[in-house]
Design a protein around this ligand. Structure first.
Ligand SMILES: C[C@@](CO)(OP(=O)(O)O)[C@H](O)COP(=O)(O)OP(=O)(O)OC[C@H]1O[C@@H](n2ccc(N)nc2=O)[C@H](O)[C@@H]1O
Ligand SMILES: Nc1ncnc2c1ncn2[C@@H]1O[C@H](COP(=O)(O)OP(=O)(O)O)[C@@H](O)[C@H]1O
Length: 268
């Protein structure tokens, strides 16, 4: 059985407070984008896990897809062995939630494959054990998120028709380290007020990770400027970086960038 886990972008990201459990209280709008991995899971006599495409750092045993399988296996002891193939196209450590998407799509795929009949809220419970961003990818609809990212409410926001131009400068940023570099603060304007007013996004819709990451990596800050110079109506770093995206109301022109940069442009 085959699925195509997609990436997300953050439209506004406020890091509000540091919690006692090592996480941060945040507020963000997560929005799915049409950039995909490919994930195939089939029942098999012998367990197998194969990846292709972008190289995933770390021990394959630590892959979130295997963790998703083990999580279900704990509650459904008779689950058969599976063979898994992940083709990785979403840049890694890029603020695009690729690992979380793979894990959430794996849960949804296995729910169908093994006929477990788990509701979305149950899948979201499992997903929240795998990562703060992970529950979002179960319904995969635009959401306003709070808590550590797992508290979600639907948001009326439709970017269809807009073009996204996404650039990743091939810099891997650890989410944990990015959070450690932010000074939490209460936002002046909350996202529920800001999101309905696209005209004010450029001035007011901010990502609290940008300050620390931009001062450490000026080339990432430069990408945001390039996107605005190219005519984006809004540009921002996504999540903890290093990807930067621009939203355009017309087809953007191709931007000349170093060969090792990843570029993606598509109508939403
Ligand atoms: C920053 C965001 C914004 O959407 O996305 P990415 O940039 O990673 O895509 C998310 O909060 C990332 O969520 P996710 O990638 O699932 O993080 P997790 O695996 O749960 O946590 C990794 C580490 O990040 C820190 N962390 C994560 C979430 C949070 N609200 N506060 C934190 O302090 C913790 O140190 C944690 O150990
Ligand atoms: N299926 C997966 N795809 C990508 N990374 C994964 C996966 N499973 C575990 N990881 C680990 O998660 C880390 C960050 O993953 P990713 O989701 O790409 O970044 P981000 O949190 O910035 O969106 C990687 O460095 C990798 O070690």
């Amino acid at each position: 059985m085959l699925a195509f886990p997609n990436a997300k972008i953050n439209l506004g990201l406020h890091v509000i407070d540091k919690r006692g459990d090592g996480y941060h209280e945040i507020e963000s709008c997560l929005y799915p984008i049409p950039l995909h991995d490919a994930l195939e899971i089939n029942v098999s006599k012998t367990p197998a896990f194969k990846t292709s495409g972008n190289l995933i750092p770390g021990d394959p045993e630590e892959n979130l897809i295997l963790k998703a399988y083990e999580l279900l296996k704990k509650d459904f002891k008779s689950l058969p062995a599976v063979s898994i193939h992940l083709h990785k196209a979403i840049p890694i450590g890029a603020g695009l939630g690729g690992g979380s998407a793979d894990a959430a799509f794996a849960l949804t795929l296995m729910n169908k494959l093994f006929e477990l009949y788990l509701d979305d809220w149950m899948l979201e419970e499992y997903a929240s054990k795998l990562g703060s961003d992970c529950p979002f990818f179960i319904q995969n609809q635009p959401k306003l998120v709070g808590g550590r990212g797992e508290v979600m409410e639907p948001v009326q926001l439709d970017l269809s028709g807009s073009w996204i131009y996404l650039i990743n400068p091939n810099i891997h940023i650890s989410t944990k380290e990015a959070y450690a570099g932010v000074k939490p603060k209460a936002p002046e304007l909350v996202l529920a007020q800001l999101l309905p007013q696209k005209d004010s996004w450029k001035m007011h819709l901010t990502n609290d990770f940008e300050e620390g990451i931009f001062s450490r990596y000026p080339e990432i800050a430069g990408l945001k400027e390039i996107l605005y110079d190219s005519g984006a109506y809004y540009a921002s770093m996504s999540g903890s970086g290093s990807s930067v995206f621009g939203l355009f109301s017309h087809v953007p022109k191709k931007i000349t960038l170093p060969d090792h940069y990843f570029q993606f442009c598509k109508q939403m």
